[in-house]
Design a binder for this molecule. Structure first.
Ligand SMILES: [Mg+2]
Length: 285
């Protein structure tokens, strides 16, 4: 058995539009009953909203297929300090996840300051959070992404807000989202997969691929998002495979490659190339 942890932005859609062929790969996983989760570092929406958005793009998924960094953060905090309190800089997805895990949202004396992303963050909220941190609240980041892609261009991400609080408060946040092992491991366990059976598919070296490499998962970089092929070589860690798009992947072929104990060679992986999107390179382990 193998299963997948799949990033969404830049892999399944880009700028609100489906990446051509992404639906074919995912719908194929559903038909073959292959375990997978969509993993997102966006904490704004809850899993049902995300599933609905994917369904409208023609992807056959249920809310159980979605795992957000907000959910991972809520689970982490519930384990660290059950029924605690949090001051939240973030939006609905994060608030819902914390509530569901038994947390109370407060605006005074919280156990934790929890930071997500959103468009309604104000400097007053950051100022309030700083005072709470200086008063002893622990700083938790849902993720450390420096920016988020939008239709109009980039906007500051969760990592940018967290950096402001770290600098001002002289503290270091604990981050739960990708590439943190916490989120990736929790998603793997939810699928009932072993390390060897888990494949990460993503478009970002610093989150998807780094997280996969750190946990010993197989990793596939897609070039349909924010990473250029020329940039990849400069990283000290490399994905197992690089393809133009998730549309170039076939589950049966990946199963043959990755469930085989023999390390894939460049020529064997090159046989995976299909259709007009040629497989570009494969980095042998
Ligand atoms: Mg992405």
């Amino acid at each position: 058995m193998i299963g997948y942890l799949i990033d969404m932005d830049g892999v399944i859609y880009r700028g609100g539009h489906l990446i051509p062929g992404a639906d074919h790969f995912i719908n194929g996983l559903r038909r073959a009953d292959v375990p997978f989760r969509f993993l997102t570092n966006n904490s704004q929406r809850n899993r049902r909203d995300i599933a609905t958005r994917l369904q409208r793009l023609g992807i056959d998924v249920e809310e159980e297929h979605v795992y957000t960094c907000a959910m991972a953060t809520a689970r982490f905090l519930a384990q660290q300090k059950p029924r605690g309190t949090a001051f939240v800089i973030g939006e609905g997805g994060l608030l819902t996840a914390l509530h569901e895990s038994g947390y109370s949202i407060v605006d005074k004396d919280p156990d934790y300051v929890v930071v997500g992303e959103g468009r309604i963050i104000s400097f007053e909220m950051v100022e309030a959070a700083l005072r709470m941190i200086l008063g002893g609240a622990k700083l938790i980041a849902t993720n450390l992404d420096p920016n988020c892609p939008t239709e109009a261009g980039l906007r500051p991400g969760c990592g940018a807000t967290v950096a402001m609080l770290e600098t001002a408060g002289g503290v270091k946040a604990f981050s739960v989202g990708k590439p943190s092992p916490y989120m990736l491991r929790a998603a793997r366990k939810e699928l009932g997969l072993t390390t060897d059976q888990t494949i990460v598919i993503g478009d970002t070296m610093e989150t998807d691929i780094l997280g996969g490499v750190q946990l010993g998962f197989k990793s596939i970089l897609v070039l349909s998002g924010g990473t250029n092929h020329e940039d990849v070589e400069s990283y000290a860690y490399q994905p197992h495979m690089i393809v133009n798009s998730i549309a170039d992947l076939e589950h049966e072929e990946l199963f043959r490659e990755f469930s085989n104990p023999v390390v894939p060679t460049r020529s064997r992986i090159a046989n995976l190339a299909r259709g007009p999107h040629a497989l570009l390179t494969a980095a042998a382990e």
